[in-house]
Each structure stands twice: as structure tokens, then as C-alpha cells.
Design a binder for this molecule. Sequence first.
Ligand code: TYM
Length: 389
Amino acid sequence: MPEKPDEMVVTPWRVEGEIDYEKLIRQFGTQPIGEEILEKFRRYTGGLHYQLRRRIFFSHRDLDWIFRKLEEGEKFVLYTGRGPSGPVHLGHIVPWIFTKHLQDSFQAKLYFQLTDDEKYLYHEEFSLEFTTRTAYDNALDLIALGFKPELTRIIVDAVHIEALYHLAIKVAKHITGSTIKAVFGLKDSDNIGLTFFPAVQAVPCFLESVVQGRNVPCLIPAAIDQDPYWRVTRDVAPKLGFYKPAQIHSRFMPGLGRGGKMSASQPETCIFLTDPPGEARRKIMNAFTGGQPTAEEQRRLGGNPEICSVYQYYAFIFEEDDGKLREIWENCRSGAVLCGDCKLKLADRVAGFLERHQEKREQMRDRLEEFLFSEEERKLIWSRGLPKP
Ligand code: TYM
């Protein structure tokens, strides 16, 4: 638990307190996304994705190097993932939306890791069968977003382990128990699987280099909670002769309550991609807005979009047009639109999105195989780890 109720804690397994993103950049030693990086994006992608314009992606490591390599003719691969502990929520797809944009813009191959092992080890109450089953189910949410099968490789750790194991033990040999304890806050009473697991999450950074038999740059889009994994991986990479993976970090989409990131542990403030649209509507209509107590006061004093969860939903996913987003802000500030109407509009959009998404996700069920790491690819990678006869 944090020492004080509002103290910020950001680890891959816990995000608590009021998040100060500037402070995180200093604490984690990352770089803010500045004008130079944005200019490179403009040049390569013909504009700026709304998540960059709004600095939802706000921090990075080595993105300048990724662009330099690109200029030298070395394409990067993308790597991101999901810990299958239950249904996917809207917060999880924030980095996936951006990852898809990068895949489309750069024709980049994506490795997507489903860490059924991590979630089994972390949650006492979960069986491995449950997390593996959930992994396949979560994969449907990913592919329903429109990733290209020929450029996407989904890895389910406990199923596809033969392709990962050689690299995982090579990574593990270079990480001490005390590093893992310090970086992830593990205790002596935690199971030893959790100590080893960070080596497994490091592996996809290097898979394409093994496949191609030469170093390939890797870029990881994810929220900043995953950064501790990359700090450890970046230390090990040169010891194994690989490039350090680069990162681009997003902020956390908040829950529908007051403050805090969207988290499955608070289902009432969290919209799951499998929620019936009516259920999502109900959650939105109960959301915290920061509005005034009465309609009369709201008209006279205006609302507080800066603390409103409903406004954040428009900003993170549901309103890509900056002009229209500004209008939502101004209509709130001036009291021209009341919270109830603003919520209704968002509820319509979210419900419409869920209906389309859920239909797509069912259609993709039969196509999942096209996206999974194939036996042939796994065997190839495994055989590369064997000594030559
Ligand atoms: P997981 O399942 O906790 O989260 C999946 C992805 O969602 C991001 N995320 C969020 N982004 C925005 N707003 C939120 N409220 C929010 N909550 C979570 C996470 O940063 C992540 O990108 N250990 C990982 C699985 C993993 C992985 C990876 C993730 C394996 N390899 C490579 C990213 C990149 C996990 O449990 O993610």
C-alpha cells in the first residue's frame, strides 16, 4: 500500500494515487515527446494521430533512434501485449489503437504477447487453464480492432513457450534476484515464478532479430506502467548482442469514478469490451462528471471538464476531431450543455462502438488461427537456439 492515501504508485501490477506524469518521466528516466519527435511522425505518417496531438502518448525512450534507423533503411517491429486476467476494458485498447496506427503507417510487423503465465502467477485465485482460455478470448478483442493478419503474430506464453524459452533463460541469466525485487517490489514471500517472469516478457523484443538472423529495432507502445520491464530488458539487451528496445508511453485512461485509472478491480467504473451496450450506458449515466449540484448552477457557473471522466472518454477514444472536442469543453465550461446530455451523447457513442466491436469479435473467432504464432514459426525460432551440429 502507498504510505499516504494519495501517494503515486506506478508498477506493472499496481497503479494508485494521483498520477503526476512529469514526475514519472523524471523517476523512470524517460524522455518527454517533444517537437522534434512530432515532426518525424508528421513526416512519416502525413499528420499527427490524435493520441500524439493530445499527448496521450507523452513519453518515450529512443524514438529518435528508431527514426534514425528508419532513415538508414532499418525498419522496426512493434511489440505490445496483454495480461489476460479477465475481459479487456476500454483503457487497454488505448495503446492498441495507436499500435494499429503505427502498423498501418509503417507496415510494421507486430508481436503481441498474452501473458497467461504472468496472470496465473500473480493472482492466487486463478488457474492456468482460466488465464490461457482468457488469453484466446482477449485476442479476439485485439484482432477485432483491424490488425493485419499477415503482419501480426500473437503469442500465448504457456502455449507457445518453446519459441521463447531459449531467449528467456539467456535473459534471466543476466538479471539478479535483487534487481527484480527492487524494480518490481517483490517480497521473499512471493512465488519464484514472478521473479523469473520478467525474462519472459523481455523475449518478444528480440524475436524478430532471431527470425531475420540480424538485429531488428523494436518499438513498444504501451501505457507507462509497463516501463519497469523495459528498464530491465534494456540493461540485458546489449549483453546478448541485441538492440535495446525503444518505447512510447501512454497515459492512463481514467475510470468513470472520481480519479484513478480504469481498472477491472472497479467494474462499476470500468467499461469492458464485452459489456452489453445497455450495461455500458448505465455505467456512463452514473459516471462522475465534476458538474454542479443543480442544473441552474450548472447553467450559471459551468462545469469542470478538467476533472470530468466523461470528457476524458471523448479525449482518449470517442472524439478524434480536435474542433469538436474543444466544443465539448467550451459547452461544458459555459454551462451551455448539462452533464446529463453530455453523458447521453457519450453513452450513444460507446454503445454504438460496443455493438460494432462485439459483432466484429464474433466474426473474427474463425480467423484467430491466422494471427497466432504458427507451429512452423515457433519451430524455426526454437531451432535457431540449438547448437549447430
Ligand atoms: P495489461 O493487461 O495490464 O495491460 C494491457 C495494456 O493496456 C495498458 N493499460 C492502459 N492503457 C491506458 N489506460 C489504462 N487505464 C490502462 N490500463 C492498462 C497497459 O500498459 C498495456 O499496454 N504485463 C502486461 C502484458 C504484456 C505487455 C507486453 C504489455 C506483455 N508484453 C508488452 C505491453 C507491452 C500486462 O499485464 O498488461
